[in-house]
Design a protein around this ligand. Sequence first.
Ligand SMILES: Nc1ncnc2c1ncn2[C@@H]1O[C@H](COP(=O)(O)OP(=O)(O)OP(=O)(O)O)[C@@H](O)[C@H]1O
Ligand SMILES: [Mg+2]
Length: 282
Amino acid sequence: MSERTPMIEMCNVSKHFGSVIALSDISVQVHSGEVMCLLGDNGAGKSTLIKTLSGVHQPTHGEIRLDGTPARFKSPAYALDAGIATVFQDLAMIPLMSITRNFFMGREPTVGWGPFKRIDWKLADRIAKQEMGKIGIDVRDPSQPVGTLSGGERQCVAIARAVYFGAKVLILDEPTSALGVKQASVVLRYIAKARADGLAVIFITHNVHHAYPVADAFTLLKRGGSLGTFRKEDISREEVLNMMAGGAELESLDAELAEFQRSDTERAADTSGVRPPLAAGQ
Ligand SMILES: Nc1ncnc2c1ncn2[C@@H]1O[C@H](COP(=O)(O)OP(=O)(O)OP(=O)(O)O)[C@@H](O)[C@H]1O
Ligand SMILES: [Mg+2]
């Protein structure tokens, strides 16, 4: 591996909630221009890990380093100021506010000075439209409510915002879980672009088809502990699937379903191709 300083690093971090040990002695690193995908079952500690990185929680033990410097964030606002932007699945946007307002979130450009200072909406609208255009989303009217955008486009506003304001680290908690194939691919393409722009990206997904194409490394959590970080070149798509929440179960379900199908075909063959009559209500 390279000797570069990681952009973001967790060093032996633990997080306890009373007697619950949500994270135990976790060490992970993500370099700029890299995407790390967090995997693990429900309750494994994925959200706790990213909330600890983004200033929602303070680590009980251990240290977070940003670009090599120890960092302690009192709140997500401090983390954001330091360059760590987090996009939460549901809290990313305020639906009734305009696209432009959601894009700037209180950081709108202003004109005038002192008591005459006011938001420059024309400029703000232009920047929002332009930044969305850069990622291939044509917003006709940026003053329309963000609720009129599709789920994927909304995720993209949140990501575009992070990039525009100079984030160094982009953290995404299941950004594609509620999206259809087309919208998920728009978001994934944008994650890939953020990576190419040199951001360090951490994201959680339960979908191997979303994780595998964009990730450089996978970290697997289990009951608060890390089972290790695997570089993509060292691990196949099938192995990633097995590490994912429910991956093994899905495989055995597949086998079970195949078994059903086989017995169906056998039954059909037994009755010389005549399907048994359906029972009432079927
Ligand atoms: N604020 C909290 N107070 C007490 N316990 C918590 C708190 N947040 C998380 N936990 C506990 O920590 C453990 C890890 O939770 P976490 O939400 O990080 O899991 P996760 O991997 O994100 O799961 P999922 O895939 O279901 O989102 C769980 O046992 C959870 O109950
Ligand atoms: Mg979670």
